[in-house]
Design a protein around this ligand. Structure first.
Ligand SMILES: [Zn+2]
Length: 467
């Protein structure tokens, strides 16, 4: 393990990171012995020493032997979920963690997650569904060098009727789409809340209901476009995902996981330039959370840089008191548990194959974790997701582009960030190891620059982990 390079205090307006390998996020080969010049909150130049002159008044930071990349983008997070089993009102924890208290704590302190993202090398996130207050986060965090860029979709629109989720219209709003008219009205309400996209939670429906629900989904799409907003859709079944593509979806927020995607799906996805944002690890993370309660052994927290806050670590460790609420089949019925495990393994294999198919067809893919779900912890859960994409067969360099430039595309912010180039906001990482050899190198992040401010890991971990 290399020690982090010593960095001078941040006083100069102009900073030049000199001598590192510059990996710009476009998929281009790393530029050895490169230079990144930053003036204020913007990159002035990223390239070779010849191409990027270091201004006389610049503060020079020696990053030789290091790797400079754009900040990571997580295209699927939820500020209004905790990363543990208490994060949704339909969880098994209602007795131990009253949901109204959880919801209040989340609203009171969204900085907690912003700091843990930044500490993990993530400089921008797309919140694809949450409480109404999440729609105010983009403005709140945009110019804050200790936070992250946010795009937020606000409350979900769904045909699904899940009584346990309808706890309080003010807190956890699900808007209805029982008919096309109702769907349009819901889309207008989301737009009025100031959301940056309109999200539909499109679960599978029976063949009788499917035509009417597909029409309602299409109506949401039309209404969203009329309001200048993108339609984004949770659709993990191939049939529902195709309906989403026909409705003009801009982003599919999960993998298709019930069967292999076919040519019809791939053609529509590529022709419509819909972004595919697989979530390969969230399911396994749920299983880890549930297993930890069943076995009454705290799950290990994969957090190499100490970015997860103390409250969350404490909750993850407190398994004993949740065990009484556990579905007894998980405790008693070995055959049931075995079938669940087999099904999970099957859907993981399908998700990996579908990622390869979308990639080979030329689809646009963005890296996404679904952070906020149990054991998909805000921030460091991105490392396992990057590694799962690499394990599925994508090259490290491709995974880097999916996690930087393509994430920025999912947020419609590629003009502002996602690559290292003159004019972009200075959001970048300094890594100790080479991510183009293996994306595990993102675990070796030593410094994070956000809007031109360079933060050390010690500083970031102290801010994120202290609570
Ligand atoms: Zn989600």
């Amino acid at each position: 393990v290399l020690a982090a390079p010593p960095l001078a205090a941040q006083s100069a307006e102009v900073v030049a990171l000199v001598g590192g390998a510059v990996i710009d996020g476009t998929g281009a080969a790393p530029l050895v012995d490169g230079v990144v010049v930053v003036d204020g909150d913007r990159i002035v130049c990223a390239g070779s020493r010849d191409a990027c002159a270091v201004p006389d008044d610049a503060e020079v930071v020696d990053v030789s032997g290091r790797y400079v990349t754009p900040g990571l983008v997580d295209a699927h997070v939820h500020f209004s979920q905790t990363g543990w089993l208490d994060g949704r009102p339909d969880g098994l924890t209602a007795e131990e963690y009253p949901y109204d208290e959880t919801a209040e704590a989340l609203e009171a302190e969204p900085e907690r997650w912003a700091q843990s993202y930044l500490c993990s090398g993530i400089t921008a996130v797309f919140d694809v569904g949450g409480h109404p207050w999440t729609t105010r986060l983009p403005a709140r965090f945009e110019d804050d060098p200790t936070a992250v860029h946010v795009r937020a979709a606000g409350p979900l629109i769904t045909h699904a009727r899940v009584p346990a989720l309808q706890v309080d219209d003010e807190v956890y709003t699900f808007l209805p789409m029982g008919s096309a008219d109702e769907a349009r009205e819901s889309a207008r309400r989301v737009a009025e809340m100031g959301a940056g996209a309109v999200k539909v939670w499109y679960l599978g429906v029976g063949p009788e209901r499917a035509p009417a629900m597909d029409a309602a989904l299409a109506a949401v799409g039309e209404e969203a476009r009329a309001a200048g907003l993108d339609l984004i859709v949770h659709a993990t079944g191939l049939r529902e995902a195709k309906a989403a593509l026909r409705a003009g979806a801009f982003l599919l927020v999960h993998s298709v996981e019930d069967q292999f995607v076919d040519d019809e799906f791939l053609e529509m996805l590529v022709a419509g330039e819909t972004i595919y944002a697989p979530t390969l690890t969230v399911g396994a993370n749920w299983s880890r959370a549930i297993s930890s309660v069943v076995l009454d052994r705290a799950a290990g927290i994969d957090d190499p840089n100490g970015c997860v806050d103390a409250d969350t670590r404490e909750k993850v460790a407190a398994t004993t008191m949740l065990r009484d609420d556990m579905n007894s089949r998980l405790l008693d019925d070995a055959e049931y548990v075995y079938r669940r495990m087999r099904a999970a393994g099957r859907s993981e294999a399908i998700m990996a194959e579908n990622l390869r198919r979308v990639h080979e067809a030329g689809g646009v893919i963005a890296t996404a974790t679904d952070a906020g779900n149990p054991m998909t912890l805000h921030g460091p859960s991105i490392y396992a997701e990057l590694e799962a994409m690499q394990a599925a067969g994508l090259t490290p360099s491709e995974v880097i582009t999916l996690s930087t430039l393509n994430g920025a595309r999912a947020m419609r912010r590629e003009a502002d960030f996602g690559t290292l180039a003159g004019g972009k906001i200075a959001d970048l990482l300094v890594l100790g190891q080479d991510p183009t050899q293996d994306v595990r190198a993102f675990r070796t992040v030593e410094h994070v620059m956000r809007a031109g401010e360079l933060h050390s890991m010690a500083e970031l971990a102290a801010a994120a982990g202290r609570r």
